[in-house]
Design a protein. Structure first.
Length: 319
C-alpha cells in the first residue's frame, strides 16, 4: 500500500481504505452479537432446575383444560345440530301426515258424491224408461236412445281384450329417501301424449271399447295434462296407467305391436326406463263413460212421428 509523503495530509480515499481494513465487522452486528450473549447468560438454567423447554404442571393443566373445552364445545355443537335435524325431519313428517289426511278426506268425499250421483242418475234413468215405455213413440225413442248410449260409451261393456300398462321410470337408487319424493328424470315420466299414442294405436288396431284406470273413453273424451297430472275426461289419473281395450285378443295384440306408436313407447322404455307392458285378457269389465250434461230437450209429440234423425231433439255437451 502506498503511504503519503511525510508532512503531507493523507487523502480521503486512503483514510476510508484504512478504516475498512481495520474494522472488518460492522459495529451494529457486533452489538447484536453481544446482546444475544448477554441474554443467553441471564436465561441459562441453574443447577437442579428442570431441563429447558419442558412445560411446568401449570402449563400442562392449562393445555388439558383447553382440550377438554374444545371437545365440550364440539359435542354441544353436534347435539344442537342433531336436535335441529331431528326437529326438521319431524316437522316435515307432520306436514306430510296432515297432507295425507286431507287427501284421504277429500278422496272419501269425492267417492261419496260419486256414489250419490250414480244412484240419482240410475233413478232418473229408470223413471225416464218407465215413462217412455208407456207409449209407442216412447218405445221407439228408447230404442234410439239405447243406440246413442252405446255409441257414446255410456253403457258398461265386458269381453276379451288387451291390457296395456304404462308407468313412470322407477326412481334411481341414489334418490333422496328422506324427502319422501321419488325423483324421476323428466324424460322417464309418462306424458299425456304417450297415453294418447297408445290409445290411438288401440283404436286403429280394432278396439271396440277403451278405458284408462277405469275411466271409459267416449267420442268426446280428452286425454290432457294439467301441471304434473294427466286428466281423462277431467278426472286425474296417476301412474301406472292401466289401459284396457276390448276386442279379439290375438288380432288386437298383433296389430297393436306393429304400429309406430308401440315402437315409439318401446323406445322410451329402452332409452329412459319407462314401464311398458301388455297382456291378453279373457274377460275385461269396462264401466260406462260419464254422460254429457243435458242442455236442451224437446218433448215428444204423442200424436205425431218422432223427429227426423238429421234434426235431433236434444243437444248435449260435445254434440
Amino acid at each position: 500500500m502506498t503511504r503519503a509523503a511525510p508532512g503531507r495530509p493523507r487523502s480521503l480515499g486512503a483514510s476510508l481504505l484504512d478504516q475498512v481494513l481495520a474494522e472488518t465487522v460492522d459495529p451494529a452486528y457486533a452489538q447484536a452479537a453481544a446482546a444475544r450473549a448477554a441474554r443467553a447468560a441471564v436465561s441459562a438454567p441453574e443447577p437442579g432446575s428442570p431441563p429447558p423447554g419442558r412445560p411446568s404442571w401449570i402449563r400442562r393443566r392449562r393445555g388439558q383444560g383447553l382440550v377438554a373445552l374444545t371437545f365440550a364445545l364440539a359435542g354441544l355443537l353436534a347435539s344442537v345440530t342433531y336436535e335441529e335435524a331431528a326437529s326438521g325431519a319431524q316437522g316435515r313428517e307432520e306436514v306430510r301426515d296432515a297432507l295425507r289426511q286431507d287427501i284421504r278426506q277429500g278422496t272419501d268425499r269425492v267417492d261419496d258424491l260419486s256414489a250419490q250421483l250414480e244412484q240419482l242418475t240410475a233413478e232418473v234413468n229408470r223413471t225416464r224408461d218407465e215413462a217412455l215405455a208407456a207409449s209407442a213413440i216412447g218405445q221407439r225413442a228408447l230404442e234410439q236412445l239405447a243406440t246413442a248410449e252405446r255409441e257414446a260409451a255410456l253403457l258398461p261393456v265386458s269381453g276379451p281384450g288387451l291390457e296395456v300398462t304404462l308407468g313412470n321410470a322407477p326412481a334411481a337408487a341414489d334418490s333422496d329417501p328422506i324427502g319422501g319424493s321419488e325423483e324421476v328424470a323428466q324424460a322417464g315420466v309418462v306424458q299425456d301424449s304417450d297415453v294418447q299414442q297408445v290409445v290411438n294405436a288401440l283404436w286403429s288396431s280394432g278396439a271396440e271399447a277403451v278405458s284408462i284406470n277405469d275411466q271409459r273413453l267416449g267420442p268426446t273424451t280428452a286425454v290432457r295434462q294439467a301441471g304434473g297430472a294427466i286428466l281423462v275426461d277431467f278426472q286425474p289419473v296417476s301412474s301406472p296407467y292401466e289401459i284396457r281395450a276390448i276386442g279379439d285378443p290375438g288380432t288386437l295384440a298383433n296389430r297393436f305391436l306393429s304400429t309406430p306408436e308401440a315402437s315409439f313407447v318401446a323406445d322410451l322404455t329402452r332409452l329412459y326406463g319407462v314401464v311398458f307392458d301388455f297382456a291378453r285378457a279373457d274377460e275385461l269389465q269396462l264401466p260406462g263413460a260419464t254422460g254429457p250434461e243435458l242442455r236442451n230437450a224437446q218433448p215428444l209429440d204423442p200424436a205425431g212421428d218422432p223427429p227426423a234423425a238429421d234434426t235431433p231433439d236434444s243437444t248435449t255437451d260435445g254434440g
